[in-house]
Write a protein that binds this ligand. Structure first.
Ligand SMILES: CC(C)(COP(=O)(O)OP(=O)(O)OC[C@H]1O[C@@H](n2cnc3c(N)ncnc32)[C@H](O)[C@@H]1OP(=O)(O)O)[C@@H](O)C(=O)NCCC(=O)NCCS
Length: 200
């Protein structure tokens, strides 16, 4: 990758700035809509979509307007990233994963599941489950916060404005509704603490 290579069928809407070499696959869409949810304003910088060097977005994917992404991003086919998001470097959004609006993600995190509006995810996390609001109304409502080095297992659901502390594992299929203590594994429905986490 040594230039900006945008497939002829891809669509760039509004101001889209590439910080270096990039590849955008067939039927991908970047930019455009910067719709607002509730009363959380987009800051003024967010009129522009900024994509770091070595940005790679595969076919049929979407990155919304005003999103700012660090270097070495990879969005697999059918990945969805909403508007006004802020990602660090080396973030991966896997096939079919959905990250909604104004989500913040640290460096080196991999997203394979569902991330609701305004969720915050630290660095070096793997999110294979869902981060969801506890209720759909009224807005604004707190979203989950996931600290660094956390694994959210496949089909696990993190519900509401809780904090999943650094180094935790939420086991596959768990439903977790309360804050966690750092470095522990939680499993079950509802999830309970099982012991020290070890996955890294
Ligand atoms: C949590 C996990 C990492 C195992 O962690 P671990 O620390 O090795 O835990 P153990 O296997 O020793 O199990 C500890 C206890 O939790 C239970 N447990 C483990 N995973 C569980 C799960 N998903 N749901 C319910 N209980 C679970 C075990 O049965 C055991 O219970 P016990 O003490 O009553 O015997 C693993 O089960 C898991 O869910 N991994 C996520 C997989 C995934 O989503 N991968 C996505 C990337 S492809």
């Amino acid at each position: 990758m040594d230039s900006v290579d945008v497939h002829p069928s891809a669509l760039l809407i509004g101001d889209v700035v590439f910080g270096g070499p990039a590849r955008v696959g067939p039927f991908a869409v970047i930019g455009g809509e910067t719709y607002q949810v509730a009363d959380v304003p987009l800051d003024t910088d967010r009129s522009c979509t900024r994509l770091g060097a070595h940005f790679s977005l595969q076919a049929f994917s979407y990155v919304g307007g005003g999103t700012v992404i660090g270097a070495h991003f990879r969005g697999d086919a059918h990945a969805y990233v909403g508007t006004g998001c802020t990602f660090g470097e080396y973030v991966v959004v896997e096939y079919g994963a959905r990250v909604y609006n104004r989500v913040i993600i640290g460096d080196g995190s991999w997203i394979g599941g569902f991330v609701c509006n305004e969720a915050r995810i630290g660095s070096r996390c793997v999110i294979q489950g869902s981060l969801v609001h506890r209720r759909t109304a009224p807005h604004p409502e707190p979203a989950p916060i996931v600290q660094d080095d956390v694994l959210i297992g496949a089909n696990a659901v993190v519900v509401g404005g809780i904090v999943i502390a650094e180094g935790c594992v939420v086991a596959a299929g768990a439903v977790i509704v309360e804050d966690t203590d750092p470095g522990f594994m939680y499993a079950g429905v509802p999830a309970r603490k099982r012991g020290p986490a070890h996955w890294m």
